[in-house]
Structures are given as C-alpha cells and as structure tokens.
Design a protein around this ligand. Structure first.
Ligand code: DAH
Length: 357
C-alpha cells in the first residue's frame, strides 16, 4: 500500500520534469498535440499512473488524487502556453515572408483531353444515320464463323476465310463453334436480321481485325455498318440515303457517284465515291494529287442490295422483303478528312499528333 504511494509520487515527479522539456522542444502544433496525447491520452503516462490510485490507502487517496490533478492541470496549462507561442511564431513568420504577388501570371489549367479522332468520326457518322432514323445495335469482336461469313453467303473458297487473312480464335473440334476476330462489322447484319423481323433500319460501329499492316492498313481498325430491310425497298432508297449521308459528311455540294462492285452478301453491289476534297481542278492540282491519285474521286464506302440468300439464311422471306446495306472504314474517313498520310499515327497516340484534332 505504502509502495503505491511511493510509486505514484515518484512517477508524478519524473513526469513533471520530463514533459516540460518535451513541450518546449515541440517544433509545431502537430508534434505538441502528439506529446500531450502521450501524457494525457488513453494510453498516456499520467493515465497509467492514475491506475495506481486504486492501491493507495483510503486515508491518503484524497491527497494523492489532488497531486495527480495538479500535474494534469499543469500539463494542460503548459500545452496551451506552448501552443500559443507556436501560433504567434507561425504568424510572425508569415508576416515576415515576402507578400503574395497578385500580379504574377496565373498557373495554366491542366490541358483538357478530348475524344480520339477515330471516336469523333465514328460518332459523327452514327449521328448522321440517327438523324435519318437508323437505330443503333452492337455486335461482338470475337464472333462465330456463322455470323461473320456463313450467313453473309461467303463461298467456302473466299480468300477472307483463309488463315492468312483472318485471325482465327478457335478452329478445332465442333464446326459450329469455329470463332474468329470479326473481319467486318457486317456480323451485326447476321445477328440482327436473324433476331428481328422487318421493318428495320440499323447502324453499328466498332473494331474489326484483319491480317493487314502497311501505311493505309492496320490489323485492327474500325467500321460502321448499316442496313435497312422492309417491303418495297429499292436501289433508289439506297442511293437517296447514302447520297444524303455523303453530303452531310463532306458538304452539300460534294459530288457523289456509285460504281458497280462486288461483295458476296449484296446483289447488286456498289462502291460510293466522293469528289476529291484535296485537289482543285481549276487550280490545276488534280494530276499531282496524292490522295485521289489524280482520279478526282475518293472511295468512301461499300454497299448494295442485301442478297436474297442472306435474307433467307437469316430466316427472312426474300420474296416479301428487300433491303440495302453499307459498310465503311472509319480510319479511312478520318485520314481523308484530315489528310493523315499514315494510319499508324492514329494508333501511336502521340499527344502532339492527337492535339491537332
Ligand atoms: N463488309 C465490307 C468490308 O468489310 C463492307 C461492306 C460492303 C458492308 C458492302 C456492307 C456492304 O454492308 O453492303 O469491306
């Protein structure tokens, strides 16, 4: 019992000596607060001394309790005094520092990013078709052979189906499960024509993959695909819609022409050219134009009347319904629009290149 009195007195005396010095040495308020907690906090030194009070004989408890309280008040008073001194010093340092110069130039805000030119052109194309009443749909990039080729009436010997031209993902085992990276967004045609019934007018955009790699071809690129199927749809509708599209994209005065072409899933098939926007006949720059190669025309998309065989393979009555379809490469549109000579620039994503769009 008497030991407790002694231990408590000794502990309080030691504590009294120690915290004075420590508080005075605290460099800032945060350090000071940490020191105060180490004395008065739940696990603080004074708190653990306080536990000895229970062992002090009752007749001396009041006296010892007052002693503890005295130390506690002293700690608080010292803390407050030091805190004020630190605050005064900080304020004095602030006032002594050079004043804030309001005439200095401001800090430029961090440059804001923007959509990639490919995304901008893709959205622009999809927007034009949305205005013309086309709905949007989606298709996967890893696709069944069935949807990428078969339903689109590709003949078995078509070169696109060759290992050299296409990235096959799964070829062994069950023929029904042969899969590849889609070579065009026309897989959306197979899917939507199989899943819905006419009338329908749909566009879809996304990445496609081919084993091509040079200044104008990349193994991954983007396309927009569209198709419209209903009763009584004719080539005149195709011409009207695609001419309107080309003029909205290239300007109302842009010359547009349709040229016969071949794709297995359309009959007849065509390609659409737009008058070259890079050369000027009057100024005599046509012959030397590198973009249209002196022809005066830029090829912008493939199209045609959906082949009756495609409609039938997708379960649509080709006697009753007809439709047209089209597909275009987004990189090509972007390159033509901005005069970009090398497709790889679009994927290297150098900030100095992208900042121009
Ligand atoms: N799928 C063709 C390609 O990748 C583009 C295309 C041509 C799509 C004609 C069509 C179309 O829907 O009718 O080259």
């Amino acid at each position: 019992m008497a030991d407790a009195v002694e231990a408590l007195s000794a502990g309080l005396a030691a504590l009294g000596r120690q915290f004075h010095e420590q508080f005075e040495a605290a460099p800032d308020e945060a350090a000071l607060r940490a020191l105060r907690a180490s004395v008065l906090g739940k696990k603080g030194e004074l708190t653990s001394l306080l536990k000895l009070l229970a062992q002090v004989p009752p007749e001396r408890r009041k006296e010892m309790g007052e002693l503890v309280n005295g130390v506690k008040q002293e700690v608080e008073a010292r803390f407050e005094a030091r805190r004020e001194a630190l605050a005064r010093a900080a304020r004095a340092a602030e006032l002594a520092a050079p004043p804030l110069d309001l005439t200095l130039p401001g800090r430029a805000p961090a440059p804001r990013g923007h959509l990639h030119p490919i995304t901008q052109v893709r959205w622009e194309v999809l927007d034009i078709f949305a205005q013309l009443g086309f709905e949007q749909a989606w298709g996967p990039e890893v696709e069944l052979e069935l949807n990428n080729f078969e339903k689109l009436a590709f003949p078995a010997e078509h070169p696109a189906m060759d290992m050299q031209d296409t990235f096959w993902v799964r070829v062994g085992g069950d023929d029904q499960l042969r899969t590849l990276l889609r070579t065009h967004t026309s897989n959306v045609q197979s899917r939507e024509l199989s899943a819905r019934r006419p009338p329908m007018a749909i566009v879809s955009g996304g990445a496609v993959y081919r084993r091509d790699d040079d200044v104008t071809h990349s193994p991954m690129f983007h396309q927009v695909e569209g198709f419209l199927v209903d009763e009584g749809v004719s080539f005149a509708h195709l011409k009207g819609v695609l001419t309107t599209f080309a003029r909205r994209l290239y300007g109302e005065a842009a010359p547009v022409r349709f040229r016969p072409s071949y794709f297995p899933f359309v009959e007849p098939g065509a390609e659409v050219d737009v008058g070259c926007v890079f050369c000027d006949v009057a100024a005599g720059t046509r012959a030397g134009c590198r973009v249209c190669k002196g022809t005066g025309w830029l090829e912008v998309l493939g199209c045609g009347m959906v082949h009756p065989e495609v409609l039938e393979r997708c379960g649509i009555d080709s006697e009753r319904f007809t439709g047209f379809a089209f597909g275009m490469g987004i990189e090509r549109l972007a390159m033509l629009r901005y005069g970009i000579p090398d497709i790889r620039l679009l994927f290297e994503n150098h900030p100095r290149f992208l900042a121009q769009f």
